[in-house]
Design a protein around this ligand. Structure first.
Ligand code: ADP
Ligand code: MG
Length: 695
């Protein structure tokens, strides 16, 4: 239903038949053998002994040695699950889901019973659950309810080397929990990097290294600088496929769009060539439906080479067996907070040398391999950082600030971070929360802020929920927020672009992408939540079911918070105003055709061609947007037209209204928002917050 990749579908069908045919006995036997072949198996007893004797242990091992899938099982076999759940955190949702599935198979239990997983808006656990895989964000939120995490006998903080924002916050919190709870086992795992640092952070705790089993990898650099990494990667993969010996290929790409293009092009090129063996091209990225994600782990039929095209999820989180060739363009997508402009932006960056080496290493797990780097040795040496800057030092911390504040951490500058975030980041995030009304002038949590913490959403979206209940349009905003929490509603199959675009346009509400989303949901509902209807309109039925689920979860929270769930009826302005109240800090003003400038920093930004506002002949003077995506240029994503006066009313800290002259032309824009001295005010607010800190 949701893949455009012909060969992967064919491959999927083939695989389905194959695994149905094999007997359960053969499968479980081979699973057991697979488990015993993992490097961690050889040191199981030794490792368990160290854990018995120490409350906190750092476990280091090459990717694929069995840390994620085996450790939790070993702890269970050693009896810890009698005293509480064994939790294992993952920085990535895909990893949490796919590993839980794998472990449930290894233990021969139904996923969601003894072995389960929890990611935002998706809890696949039950009363029976003893092994729980979850994102680090989930455990962080659980610590809000139960600060000592009493439900757990062991917590494994997996993939610690990733240094995800939430893992870094958990480090600080769990260090304290471990000090209070002498019965808790805390295990921190890492793929070779940073282990000493982790050990020191927790008070020089023991470090255990799983002896690795790796094969040599030939690392080849590009001779000249590559202009188009997608094209270069496709060519390289094709060349490997045509010329090289047996062995699967792993291609890294920064994000979903590049992955889709790569898969499509690669499949086309293989089909164009005569006398070329089939190639199973399989994408993997976080938003890919989970049934398709599972495909990358299945063995290709004899004579079929597999080519997995992945984001950096395949760098350390997921291990695909049988990879002998790696193609690495050297880029990844990172969310980076620019404290000067006060906002996050998702952009493509060169990977670090550490990432590059991890990527290459993936070629040598089962046999000797080759890594093709699509960058020069000179670029590697001079343009790549030695290791990636931890997320906590480069992204917006608003959610972290909100969470820590509600956990009673008064002074964030004193919180025990492994690598403290730049003070500017903390202050900026506090400033953003203050703008949204979540913090008061003393930096303490307001009632609004306390309600915001209840929602598992980014602060502006929580704020939208809260404003909605004051404005009597909670019903609609619930839908909009849920739609925004599930990406990729529409799809656009190759060969049917025009048809799908035409269907999509029918949903357009000219002044708002948000309301277009609302429109889609309402029509789906009016059609009895039908999957057929979705297919007819090039909408992912699965994504829509997810939206409905998210909506009911958010609705439950709203009800717990005693928020009235009123509908706006025909008052569409109320809905737009509500969006404005949450996103006034992301406002832009019309400058040319389809061209806007950000009101706070003057940066140019554009309507995306898929926006409902694009090419409708209606270009509002002011818009707010959900987020900024930087690709070839800065695109605003999810845009809604707003009135200038609203910006001044709802975001007085940024904007003010200026009366202008009376000529007819100017009368049309009688009120005009001008950029107030935002930078100065920001500095002023920082000063104020700092001063209060000192007092
Ligand atoms: P580590 O955490 O040390 O990197 P893992 O426990 O993730 O290692 O991987 C151990 C083995 O389990 C690997 O050989 C990998 O291929 C296999 N594996 C992990 N997840 C899955 C899955 N979802 N499906 C099939 N095999 C998997
Ligand atoms: Mg792992």
């Amino acid at each position: 239903e949701s893949t455009d990749f012909k060969s992967s579908q064919r491959f999927a069908q083939h695989m389905g038949k194959k695994s149905d045919a094999s007997s359960d006995f053969a499968r479980s036997k081979s699973l057991k053998q697979q488990r015993q072949y993992l490097p961690i198996y050889a040191v199981k007893e030794e490792l368990l002994n160290i854990i018995r004797e120490n409350n906190i242990v750092i476990v280091v091992g090459e990717t694929g040695s069995g840390k994620t899938t085996q450790l939790a099982q070993y702890l269970h076999e050693d009896g810890y699950s009698k005293y509480g759940m064994i939790g294992c955190t993952q920085p990535r949702r895909v990893a949490a889901m796919s590993v839980a599935k794998r472990v449930s198979e290894e233990m021969n239990v139904t996923l969601g019973e003894e072995v389960g997983y929890a990611i935002r808006f998706e809890d696949v656990t039950s009363d029976k659950t003893i092994l729980k895989y979850m994102t680090d964000g989930i455990l962080l939120r659980e610590s809000l309810r139960e600060s000592d995490l009493d439900g757990y006998s062991c917590v494994i903080m997996d993939e610690a080397h990733e240094r995800s924002l939430n893992t870094d916050v958990l480090f600080g919190l769990l260090r304290e929990v471990a000090a209070r709870r002498r019965d808790l086992k805390l295990i921190v795992t890492s793929a070779t990097m940073d282990a000493d640092k982790f050990s020191r952070f927790f008070g020089n705790v023991p470090m255990y290294t799983i002896p690795g089993r790796t094969f040599p990898v030939d690392v080849l650099f590009s001779k000249s600088v590559v202009e188009d990494y997608v094209e270069a990667a496709v060519k390289q993969a094709l060349q490997i496929h045509v010329q090289a010996r047996k062995g699967d290929i792993l291609v890294f790409m920064p994000g979903q769009e590049d992955i889709e293009v790569t898969c499509e092009t690669l499949t086309e090129r293989v089909e164009e060539l005569d006398d070329v063996a089939p190639l199973a091209v399989l994408p993997i990225y976080s938003q890919l439906p989970s049934d398709l994600q599972a495909k990358i782990f299945q063995k290709a039929p004899d004579g079929v080479r597999k080519c997995v095209v992945a984001t950096n999820i395949a760098e350390t989180s997921l291990t695909v067996d049988g990879i002998a060739f790696v193609v690495d363009p050297g880029y990844c997508k990172l969310k980076v907070f620019n404290s000067r402009i006060g906002m996050d932006a998702l952009s493509v960056f060169p990977v670090s040398q550490a990432n590059a080496n991890q990527r290459s290493g993936r070629a040598g797990r089962t046999e000797a391999g080759v890594a093709y780097r699509l960058y020069t040795l000179n670029q590697y040496k001079n343009e790549m950082l030695i290791s990636t800057i931890p997320e906590i030092q480069r992204t917006n911390l608003a959610n972290v600030v909100l969470l820590l504040k509600s956990l009673g951490v008064q002074d964030l500058l004193k919180f025990h971070f492994m690598d403290p975030p730049p003070q500017d980041n903390i202050l900026n995030s506090m400033y953003q929360l203050w703008n949204l009304g979540a913090l008061d002038n003393t930096g303490a949590l307001t009632t609004c802020g306390r309600t915001m913490v209840e929602f598992p959403l980014d602060p502006p979206l929580s704020k939208m929920m809260i404003v909605a209940c004051d404005m009597g349009c909670c019903d609609e905003i619930l839908t909009i927020v849920s739609m925004l929490s599930v990406p990729a509603i529409f799809y656009r199959p190759t060969g049917r672009e025009e048809e799908s675009d035409a269907k999509r346009e029918k949903f357009s509400v000219p002044e708002s992408d948000h309301m277009t989303l609302l429109n889609v949901y309402q029509q789906w509902k009016a059609n009895g939540y039908s999957a057929t209807w979705c297919n007819e309109h090039f909408i992912h039925a699965k994504a829509m079911r997810k939206v409905r689920e998210v909506r009911s979860q958010l609705k439950e929270i709203a009800e717990q918070q005693k928020m009235p769930l009123k509908s706006a009826g025909n008052d569409w302005d109320a809905i737009r105003k509500c969006i404005c109240a949450a996103y006034f800090h992301h406002a832009a003003m019309l400058k040319g055709i389809g061209e806007y400038v950000n009101l706070r920093n003057g940066m140019p930004c554009h309507l995306h061609p898929t926006s409902a506002l694009f090419g409708m002949g209606f270009t509002p003077d002011y818009v707010v947007y959900h987020e900024l995506v930087m690709t070839s240029r800065e695109y605003m994503q999810s845009v809604t037209a707003v009135e200038g006066e609203w910006l001044a009313e709802l975001g007085p800290m940024f904007y003010s209204v200026k009366e202008s002259a009376k000529t007819r032309k100017e009368k049309r824009q009688a009120t005009k928002v001008k950029l107030s001295q935002m930078e100065e005010e920001l500095a002023l607010a920082d000063e104020q917050i700092k001063r209060r800190k000192l007092e």
